[in-house]
Design a protein around this ligand. Structure first.
Ligand code: PLP
Length: 414
């Protein structure tokens, strides 16, 4: 019995979500559209199988097929990220991939250094409301106030003074190229481990549009569902020396049975990412983000750090007197989905914020190009200026919907 007959309520919700994805412009920097092939693997019978352990050494019988899928995922990940000595494709999420890195290398109370959350770090980089901030002694570096860029000398001085056991690089809201090599050297000089969390930029690294952290970090973690365009999940790449410790931190310390259906879908996504089309996609992302940032700046918006080198930008709305929370509502009211975000040295609290984070991976997956970015910028800026239900707002909403529906959504329409 199919879903429609078995559970029409859930089928209806999924259909509504498909409609939303078609009709809205998704600018959430961490989202993307998985392909039909990825969705198919995710929805496959591999969901049925228990396979605690790793390929060839499982605690369950009957694992030959999931062993083959997991081995393929590992092999392809190694091909995709050159120099990868060891890969673990089991972490259920980016947060868990990071948790396993901490479990592998730290004891409770050990010191870790990461970027402060309000400057672009992730919750798992030591937020007091997250397990990382509760279990470990996190200290945070920030961006340079004037340039809004990472000040590597300041990071180095802080590392020398505070002697962390891990230094975390990689962020959720940093729009510039990360010098992973420099982070590797800073960590080496203080005897720390370098954990590079490339969750946001993994697709750009895979496509050759951002320098790879793999040669410069003992442990690299990433989600598979952002710029990498795979299923919701994560993976880690470690040096040979950290392979066993990392694997046992994932299983049995942190997780039980791996999600083999998702792992198979990761393998599919890695195959897709190895193609020339994906290289072109990664380039298109970077071109689109630059074009959008330029068009936004030309309309008077302040882009944090003056632009972007990757897939996202932060827009500082203080001059417009609109909070990030209000901007999120105004954008959504016309069918543009983006999220509020702290800007560096933000005077507003996290629930309010002074900025919005805008990313182009999703619209680039739909086939929008640099010539469309002016239209997108125009619609963003216009919607930020409309604060009430009005004819102008309704016209804008129609324009957004007409524009969005003229592009196919991968996984649904193509
Ligand atoms: C830099 C970074 N690391 C880790 C994560 C966590 O990923 P997940 O939401 O899959 O736990 C995110 C998610 O946005 C992220 O931006």
């Amino acid at each position: 019995m199919n879903l429609q007959s078995r559970d029409p309520e859930i089928a209806k919700i999924i259909a509504a979500e498909e409609r939303r994805l078609r009709e809205e412009i998704v600018l959430i920097a961490s989202e993307n559209y998985a392909s039909r092939a990825v969705l198919e693997a995710t929805g496959s019978v591999l969901t049925n199988k228990y396979a605690e352990g790793y390929p060839g050494r499982r605690y369950y019988a009957g694992t030959e097929n999931v062993d083959a899928a997991e081995s393929l995922a590992i092999e392809r990940a190694k091909q995709l990220f050159e120099g990868a000595e060891h890969v673990n494709v089991q972490p259920h999420s980016g947060s868990q991939a990071n948790m396993a890195a901490y479990f592998a290398a730290l004891e409770p109370g050990d010191r870790v250094m990461g970027m402060s959350l309000d400057h672009g770090g992730h919750l798992t980089h030591g937020s007091p409301v997250n397990f990382s901030g509760r279990i470990y002694d996190f200290v945070h570096y920030q961006l340079d106030e004037e340039s809004e860029l990472i000040d590597y000398d300041a990071v180095e001085r802080m590392a020398q003074e505070l002697q962390p056991k891990i230094i975390v690089s990689g962020y959720s809201a940093y729009s510039r190229t990360i010098d992973f090599e420099r982070f590797g050297k800073i960590a080496e000089n203080v005897g720390a481990i370098h954990l590079a969390d490339m969750a946001h930029i993994a697709g750009l690294v895979a496509g050759g549009e951002h320098p790879s952290p793999v040669q410069h970090a003992e442990i690299v973690t990433t989600t598979t569902h952002k710029t990498l365009r795979g299923p919701r999940g994560a993976m880690a790449i470690t040096s040979k020396d950290w392979a066993r410790k990392y694997d046992s931190a994932v299983f049995p310390r942190m997780q039980g049975g791996p999600m083999e259906h998702t792992i198979a879908a990761k393998a599919v996504a890695f195959k897709e990412a190895l193609s020339n089309d994906f290289k072109q996609y990664a380039k298109n992302i970077v071109d689109n983000a630059s074009a959008l940032a330029e068009a936004m700046a030309a309309s008077g918006m302040r882009i944090v750090s003056g632009g972007t080198d990757n897939h996202l930008m932060l827009v500082d709305l203080r001059a417009m007197n609109v909070s990030g929370a209000e901007a999120e509502i105004r954008l959504r009211s016309v069918g543009i989905v983006a999220n509020k975000n702290m800007v560096p040295f933000d005077p507003n609290p996290p629930r309010v914020t002074s900025g919005v984070r805008i990313g182009v991976p999703s619209i680039t997956s739909r086939g929008m190009g640099t010539s469309d970015m002016e239209t997108v910028a125009e619609m963003i800026v216009a919607s930020l200026r409309v604060d009430d239900e009005s004819t102008e707002q309704r016209n804008l909403a129609k324009r957004v919907k007409d524009f969005a529906t003229s592009f196919p959504v991968p996984g649904i329409d193509s």
